[in-house]
Ligand binder design. Structure first.
Ligand code: AMP
Ligand code: MG
Length: 337
């Protein structure tokens, strides 16, 4: 097996990454949300390598990353006025818009759909790599399919060593959870995946926002979904994850009844002083929790946890994104105490 190279985000390394991508390779790149596995979005063979490296189901479409708004019209069409209002307010940034695709984007990239998710990342290295390639990059999160998303180059290396030639290390991701995904319907916005751009943010441009029920509920077998990613078990460490909703006192009581050698709590930082059992912490507010949630889920496996009981996050602002990721890593197992 070959070893994946990990290089800094120097100019010469950015150019090296771009050469590899233009030769049809897949490279791990930093963005403000999570690390991505980037390939030329218009190169079918290269895009297939992304699916192989991740073990991603063929029907789960990729997001196409652009470096500027000017690139948009070449890849998508029939863009509603609302989308341009979102662009003005939130792009570049952690927002993905699902829009009708043009033929230049092959079916493997969109997983056979006639729409494509597009995003203009804020992260300078991500945009520099896109610019150096001179073309849009398809990039899903750089984890093995099903495991927690990577927020450091080390996380990417753990999952992708021997599967891709290069990772560009841009430090830890600031946001920490994947982009907000929206589509457009009936003059409103449908939220398909919550992220740093919150429901409240989307409403602030004067639009109606419909939250897809797949955000907080499991999708039944065979049910038609608007966002294929909703169907799959995701963000899961090897440990069993359970969300526990209620006061710290009730939470502690619940754990005392289900405690054991390999049982860990995942707490707010401020809970730790009063908590008597084994624990990890994941921040004190929604922003901190978004930045830490995936790293802490990965740490659970490192320390050999078999069961993780999580203190439930808030469900507003970016908290809804943290809640959605934890719900999914828990397989929607929530205990109210
Ligand atoms: P990831 O690439 O791992 O960040 O996941 C991308 C997410 O965006 C998945 O959940 C997809 O289902 C969703 N997505 C991407 N493209 C589309 C599309 N054309 N229509 C609906 N959802 C999409
Ligand atoms: Mg992903």
């Amino acid at each position: 097996m070959f070893k994946t190279e990990v290089l800094s985000s120097d100019r010469s390394n950015i150019e090296y990454a771009a050469r590899l991508i233009n030769d049809g390779e897949v490279v791990g790149i930093p963005t403000e949300t999570v690390y991505g596995l980037a390939a030329d979005a218009a190169n079918e063979t290269a895009v297939k390598k992304i699916f192989e490296a991740k073990g991603r189901p063929q029907d789960n479409p990729l997001i196409v990353h652009l470096s500027s708004v000017d690139m948009m019209d070449r890849y998508v069409c029939n863009v509603p006025e609302l989308a341009y209002r979102l662009v003005e307010r939130f792009c570049p940034g952690p927002l993905t818009m699902v829009l009708p695709k043009r033929d230049i984007i092959p079916d493997v990239t969109s997983a056979g759909l006639d729409t494509i998710g597009i995003r203009i990342p804020f992260h300078k290295t991500a945009r520099d790599i896109i610019d150096a390639c001179g073309k849009p990059l398809a990039a899903p999160s750089a984890n093995l399919s099903g495991s927690p998303s990577p927020t450091t180059a080390q996380h990417v290396f753990e999952d992708m060593n021997g599967r891709i030639p290069l990772i560009i290390d841009g430090g830890a991701c600031g946001v920490g959870v994947e982009s907000t995904v929206v589509s457009f319907e009936n003059d409103g916005i449908r939220l398909l995946r919550p992220g740093y751009v919150s429901v409240e943010d989307l409403k602030s441009i004067g639009a109606e926002v419909f939250c897809d029920k797949g955000i907080v509920e499991a999708v039944a077998d065979g049910e038609k979904v608007l966002s294929p990613g909703m169907k799959y078990k995701h963000y899961s460490p090897k440990a069993n994850v359970t969300l526990v909703m209620g006061s710290l006192e009730k939470f502690t009581e619940y754990v005392s009844e289900h405690n054991g050698e390999d049982v860990y709590a995942m707490l707010y930082d401020r809970d730790a002083a009063e908590y008597p059992y084994k624990y990890m912490t994941y921040g004190d507010n929604s922003e901190e929790q978004a930045a830490q949630v995936f790293g802490v889920l990965r740490k659970a496996d490192e320390i050999g946890a078999k069961q993780v009981f999580v203190r439930c996050p808030e469900q507003n602002g970016v908290g809804l994104a943290v809640y959605n990721r934890l719900l999914r890593s828990a397989g929607f197992e929530v205990i109210k105490v």
